[in-house]
Ligand binder design. Structure first.
Ligand code: RUG
Length: 825
């Protein structure tokens, strides 16, 4: 029998006592037993790992209990499938969730350890590129906090998003070896590895009179699960994030090894393990890389198998799956899960095709995160057929049945059929993953009102017509735990003093701050918090990058991935204009509102124009910061390697939030929400979630500029000639001429020439068309900032009115509109 022989094995899992002594005891024990050191011989890393392990020890019992409860309840749950989770540091978040912050601080102090030193040692897991990955991290936090039965599935990349450095102002990428010093937050389970197959061919066979298809794969790898605990905030709940690592099936292929080809054997192993080696450093543009498709299939196949094998009771009736699970597809990256699910049901479970398809269509939902056509993933039929031959057959069959339905509805409208086919014929035969997800998904959602509207009207209009009610919106949100409570303790304290503590899990309560905006004493305290946050940021930037932020300057911040559609270039033109106005003598330096322009941005390594813009920002900074005529009124600061950890310092200190994408291009944005919730005022276009932010905070508390999406369309159709804007606007001409003259490149006119000619003769994202409006809005910003008390009031109103942007609200919307998974009480 498998019964444990010792009674202790049946006892509940112990949780150490939540006291300073209890914590110290556990911490010292972990130093001894986990690290094999004593307090006096421990290295800083030993201490950090023992601390993390101790915090973990406080979570494990609840976690195991929740796993059991979720399984026992057999309630419907969410499997969130995401190729990215941009988690940020774990220590503080887990201390906060478990109410251990004060206890741990005191306990460590009694051991002679400053907890801040421990915080600084943690290397953040950067397993995502930007907004999409950070959204997934916010969502799993909210799912746990709201007690929704759920699990997050993804990939445990050995190297996360690259570490960015600047050499001569240009981006240089370094590998992010985040695992080198150990990874105390995870539990590895190599014994539970699954085999994931690739390649080979398909065949049919006779199964007692029934002809069936099967896949005869050519090679395979092992998927090893690594479990992370995801604690809810103060609710005792702990969910799971399961990330898969690829390991070669046989460390050595004995056949090859025995033949003496040692190198070939090792090469085969390396090939398999490459699958989870590195996160693709792109955001918003797909790269048609074979390895990327391998990654996608690898993690969804392992996740589906994991769900079916471990979350269901034995003998579960698979026709009831829609009552048990919804797989949420975070963008197109996990969409290969659809044919995989069909393959499992039909080929392995021997279900009828139609029954399997009906189940599949209820078990998946798809979130689209973009409007850029080039960002909708497609896979060539050649590649898909080579890597996943059975899946390609399944996709063809899904498409045939789908197009048959389209024909029944609309007749032989060949144009429409070609437009709606999951298989594209040009420029090469390929599978449109967004279409596959739309056909398979019970629901398809965009990530902000405007985005969802444009998705329906512009990107997938035929599908919207064909599937009435399938399209919906869920506006993104951010977790108030990390981005307010943890990142901005001063403001969090102020809010709690004013409103009580409940706002952390009910962010609409921030509305209560409206009346405090009228209170001069509250405003003074708010201004004090903002000033303190600026000092903290200033210290961080000094220590990290040797920057000196000038006192009293407005902090004007643009942090996000570097992409032409986001228009960092427009920000550069504003800076160059402000500078040129001073050096040309048209404006006196002393009359200029002091501003520190802070950038944070990584460019995809293969995106040449984005990298040139980074170079230009640094070059402009070099000149502006060192020109005595500026008298220090303008400062350009570009700390390299912007990540979640830096975001947590920059956002609470910001005065002005730059959200200046061309209308109709940014699906939502989430940085915009974080800034507004921390009391920065937004200068922005009517794009993405900016629209909703402005509606909520009101026009008086938002600096709107630029064309609307219909105006963009109109100008585009009329024929956009950027050079005409250059000709007609003196400020613009002077700014561009200054860049072209080599003023920021030691007289070398060639360095930034590609940027200049792109702006003048192409300018796909209409920087020049929005320039004048942007400069006028910036002049309004300066005027508004001159009245500090009025600015502070507007900042408080921004916070009061942005409670809507909690990711808890997003999750509630997903539950109501898509998942129908009640919280587990
Ligand atoms: O660019 C979008 C952001 O607008 C959005 O806020 C974020 C989360 O929904 O996702 C970003 N995104 C889109 N990242 N990758 C893609 C590729 O489609």
């Amino acid at each position: 029998s498998s019964k444990p022989s010792h009674a202790l094995a049946l006892a509940p899992v112990p949780t150490p006592p939540s006291t300073v002594d209890g914590f110290v005891k556990q911490f010292l024990e972990n130093l001894n037993l986990e690290r094999g050191v004593t307090l006096s011989t421990a290295s800083p890393n030993d201490r950090y790992i023992a601390l993390a392990t101790t915090v973990r020890d406080f979570l494990v019992a609840r976690w195991l209990e929740d796993i059991r409860r979720q399984k026992d309840a057999q309630a419907k749950g969410v499997c969130y499938l995401s190729a990215e989770y941009l988690l940020g540091r774990q220590l503080d978040n887990n201390l906060l969730a478990t109410r251990l912050t004060d206890i741990a601080t005191e306990a460590l102090a009694s051991c002679g350890i400053d907890i801040d030193d421990m915080r600084a040692l943690e290397v953040e897991p950067g397993l995502g590129n930007g907004g999409l990955g950070r959204l997934a991290a916010c969502f799993i936090d909210s799912l746990a906090t709201m007690s929704v039965p759920s699990i997050g599935y993804g990939i445990r990349y050995e190297y996360g998003i690259f570490r960015q450095t600047f050499v001569g102002g240009q981006q240089v990428e370094q590998p992010d070896a985040w695992l080198t010093l150990g990874s105390p937050w995870e539990f590895a389970h190599p014994e539970s590895a699954q085999t994931i197959s690739f390649g080979g061919h398909t065949e049919t066979y006779d199964d007692g009179g029934v002809t069936r298809s099967r896949w005869v794969p050519g090679w395979n790898v092992q998927a090893v699960p690594y479990n992370y605990m995801v604690p809810g905030y103060h609710n005792g709940r702990v969910n799971t994030l399961r990330l898969w690592r690829a390991v070669a099936t046989d460390a050595f292929d004995l056949r090859i090894f025995n033949s003496g080809d040692y190198e070939e054997a090792v090469r085969a192993q390396t090939y398999a393990e490459n699958i989870s080696k590195v996160l693709y450093p792109e955001d918003s543009t797909p790269q048609g890389k074979e390895l990327r498709l391998q990654q996608q299939y690898f993690f969804v196949a392992a996740s589906i198998r994991d769900f079916l094998d471990h979350m269901l009771t034995p003998g579960f009736d698979l026709s009831k799956l829609p009552d048990r699970v919804i797989f949420q597809l975070n963008d197109t990256h996990p969409v290969i899960a659809v044919p995989e699910f069909m393959r499992v049901l039909v080929d392995e479970e021997h279900m009828e095709w139609d029954a399997a398809w009906e189940i599949t269509q209820q078990c998946f939902a798809y979130t689209c995160h973009t409007l850029l056509p080039e960002a909708l993933e497609v896979w060539s039929v050649e590649l898909l057929g080579r890597l996943l031959p059975r899946h390609l057959e399944i996709i063809y069959r899904i498409n045939d049945a789908f197009l048959e339905e389209v024909r029944e509805r609309f007749g032989d409208d060949e144009m429409r059929i070609r437009n709606m086919s999951i298989i594209a014929e040009f420029p090469e035969r390929s599978v449109r993953m967004a279409y596959l997800a739309t056909v398979a998904g019970a629901k398809v959602n965009g990530v902000a009102e405007l985005h969802s509207q444009l998705l329906r009207e512009k990107v997938l209009p035929d599908f919207d017509e064909f599937y009435p009610g399938k399209f919906t919106n869920v506006t993104n949100g951010v977790t108030p735990r990390r981005f307010l409570r943890l990142a901005n303790p001063g403001l969090a304290g102020l809010i709690t003093d004013a409103l009580g503590a409940g706002w952390t899990v009910d962010l609409e309560r921030l509305r209560g701050l409206e009346s405090f905006a009228e209170d001069p004493e509250f405003r003074a305290r708010f201004a004090e918090v903002k000033a303190a946050n600026k000092r903290v940021l200033s210290d961080v930037l000094r220590a990290r990058d040797g920057f000196e932020v000038s006192d009293g300057h407005m902090l004007d911040v643009m942090v996000k991935r570097l992409h032409e559609y986001k228009r960092q270039m427009l920000k550069v033109l504003h800076i160059v204009t402000s500078y040129e106005r001073i050096v040309s003598g048209r404006v006196k330096a002393e009359d200029v509102q002091g501003r520190a322009f802070i950038f944070g941005a990584k460019a995809a390594p293969g995106y040449a124009m984005a990298k040139r813009i980074i170079h230009l920002i640094n070059a402009v900074g070099e000149v502006v910061n060192n020109d005595p005529r500026v008298e220090g009124r303008l400062q350009v600061l570009f700390p390299p390697n912007y990540n979640v950890t830096l975001a947590e310092r920059v956002i609470p200190a910001a005065d002005l939030s730059e959200q200046i994408s061309l209308a109709g291009k940014e699906a939502s944005g989430t940085g915009n929400m974080k800034f507004a919730l921390n009391g920065a005022l937004t200068i922005g276009t009517d794009d993405g979630a900016n629209v909703e932010i402005r509606e909520l905070v009101g026009d008086d508390n938002f600096f709107l500029f630029g064309m609307t999406e219909p105006e963009v369309e109109e100008l585009w159709t009329r024929g956009y000639k950027p050079a005409e804007f250059y000709q007609q606007d003196e400020d613009l001409r002077r700014a561009i001429d200054l860049i072209a003259s080599g003023a920021f490149s030691n007289g070398d006119r060639t360095v930034f020439e590609p940027i200049v000619s792109n702006l003048l003769y192409d300018d796909r994202f209409m920087v020049l068309a929005d320039y004048a409006s942007y400069i006028r809005a910036q002049d309004r910003v300066d005027a508004a900032y001159a009245d500090q008390d009025a600015w502070t009031k507007a900042a408080i109103l921004n916070i009061a009115r942005c409670g809507f942007f909690s990711s808890d609200r997003s999750i509630r919307d997903y539950i109501d509109r898509i998942w129908h998974t009640p919280p587990m009480l």
